[in-house]
Write a protein that binds this ligand. Structure first.
Ligand code: ADP
Ligand code: MG
Length: 476
């Protein structure tokens, strides 16, 4: 029992020096298994947890242990404690419960301070769930993000209007609301208004009915920052468009910031009045594109961390490879997994998530069988990477050396990319391993090739057909 208290003290130090999510995700359950003159050993639930603690938090744990035992402790180590879940193991600590307890007893003043800090944001018309800090930046949203950041520093002065466009689920609303929040936080006396085209229409129609359009006008003319989301929904609503046009002009002339989003470039919003469309183009127009594989992986991991959910690497990679359209879908799959975990207590496995994705009708075109799944398809007879390269070579009538070599002509590049892609997606080889097969290419170059091919087959049906033909030919 004495160890129990020591461990609690150590955990308190750890909590103080880590982000809440990191603590809850990585520490789960822990025990003290051995204490010697200069080292302390901690027990963990699984080798997965053990590896993570070693890799990510060695120094934090060492410092916290020294704090409790003294500086003579020079090392800490981690082992898998098979008895950790036994009720008789009273020395083990469930970190989630411990965290809650430790928070409850924390000072009231601290809580009050926290409450005061969140309240100003809640007052605005923007949703404080969205912030620029939790907006993940990737190559094809970098410009939109930077433009928004610039606007938060100097609303009305730098990019006005700021028009952001992109497909659904790629973060337009998130970015717009985050920008609104940030401006509100920085400039407390500015009036920030977020609305969607739909809401604007309803408001206008209601105002017309109640004969108080003038009041609505006054309200909108009085704002310092106007954010209008999804303007494509204004199509065919001429009266409302006219109203927005007038509001736009007044705000613009008064150097007030206007931020707009749509699902395509203003020019293509052909069902909008040309004069309104052209106003949208007066400032800067930036697009948001889809995240690539590597980014999708980072998004899943980040979102899982936010939700304090531990997701095994292979499962995260699998989702990132198969759920490719947008962030909303990625979040959806993650939420399903979390719900299932909460209901059944099962940690997500590769087999389970593959089934789930198929049920949710994601193209499991890019579905690969995991080496961990313990389930082999009857048709799978692949023994090595050579089978794949042979098949690609036969299909494209290119010698194997051409595929493995460095020639950058298209006739070699495509078969090479197809081979790498199949090795990654079908055989679950790591990028490093593929790089070694292909004349020692580095991780980044293989990653690039796989992403490139993934993009190509999304656009080029013929190529997709060829890739499928190769897969069918060898039964993968
Ligand atoms: P859109 O308005 O373009 O349809 P949303 O802003 O509603 O997309 O995004 C869908 C979901 O994905 C939201 O939950 C949002 O928080 C999340 N999301 C989108 N892009 C990002 C990003 N870059 N970083 C973090 N979360 C994002
Ligand atoms: Mg949106």
């Amino acid at each position: 029992m004495e160890n129990h208290y020591k461990l609690k003290n150590i955990l308190s130090h750890i909590i103080a020096s880590l982000k809440k999510q990191d603590f809850l995700v990585y520490f789960r359950k822990i025990s003290l298994t051995d204490i010697t003159e200069n080292s302390v050993t901690f027990g963990t639930v699984s080798s997965f947890m053990k590896d993570n603690l070693e890799a990510k938090f060695y120094t934090t744990v060492l410092k916290a242990t020294q704090n409790e035992f003294g500086p003579h402790i020079t090392e800490v180590s981690f082992v898998v404690d098979n008895t950790i879940d036994n009720p008789s193991n009273t020395d083990a600590i469930d970190c989630q419960t411990f965290y809650k307890e430790s928070q409850k007893s924390s000072k009231w003043a601290e809580k009050k301070a926290q409450r005061e800090w969140v309240s100003p944001e809640r007052k605005g018309s923007v949703n404080s769930r969205y912030s620029l800090i939790n907006f993940i930046v990737w190559a094809d949203n970098q410009l939109a993000f930077s433009a928004c950041e610039a606007v938060t520093k100097n609303p009305g002065k730098s990019y006005n209007p700021l028009y952001i466009y992109g497909d659904v689920g790629l973060g337009k609303t998130h970015l717009l609301q985050a920008t609104g929040n940030e401006i509100q936080k920085k400039f407390k006396d500015k009036k920030v208004t977020y609305t969607t085209a739909d809401k604007f229409i309803t408001e206008y129609v209601t105002a017309v009915k109640k004969r108080n359009v003038e009041r609505m006008r006054e309200k909108f003319r009085d704002v310092d920052v106007l954010i209008v989301d999804d303007v494509q929904f204004l199509s065919k609503k001429e009266q409302t468009q006219n109203e927005l046009y007038n509001v736009f002009n007044i705000l613009y002339d008064g150097n007030k910031q206007i931020i707009i989003s749509g699902d395509r470039v203003p020019k293509e919003l052909t069902e909008l009045e040309p004069r309104l469309r052209s106003r949208f183009e007066w400032g800067i127009t930036v697009d948001i594109g889809r995240p690539d594989f590597e980014t999708r992986l980072a998004i899943i991991q980040e979102k899982a961390r936010e939700k304090e959910f531990m997701i095994p690497q292979d499962v995260a990679e699998f989702i990132a490879a198969n759920v490719t359209e947008n962030v909303r879908e990625l979040e959806g799959v993650l939420n399903q997994m979390i719900a299932e975990y909460e209901l059944t207590g099962n940690t997500p496995s590769l087999t389970r998530i593959a089934e789930k994705l198929q049920k949710l009708s994601f193209t499991t075109d890019i579905l690969w069988e995991s080496r961990n799944s313990g389930r082999q398809r009857a048709t799978t007879s692949i023994k090595s990477y050579e089978d794949i390269i042979d098949a690609v070579s036969r299909h494209f009538w290119i010698e194997k050396d051409g595929i493995l070599g460095q020639n950058r002509k298209k006739e070699f590049m495509i078969p090479r990319q197809v081979s790498m892609y199949l090795l990654k997606t079908k055989m679950n080889y790591t990028y490093e391993r593929i790089g070694n097969i292909f004349n020692g290419r580095n991780h980044a170059s293989v990653l690039y090739s796989c992403n490139k091919l993934e993009r190509l087959i999304k656009k080029d049906k013929n190529l997709l057909y060829e890739v499928n033909a190769i897969k069918d030919g060898i039964g993968i």
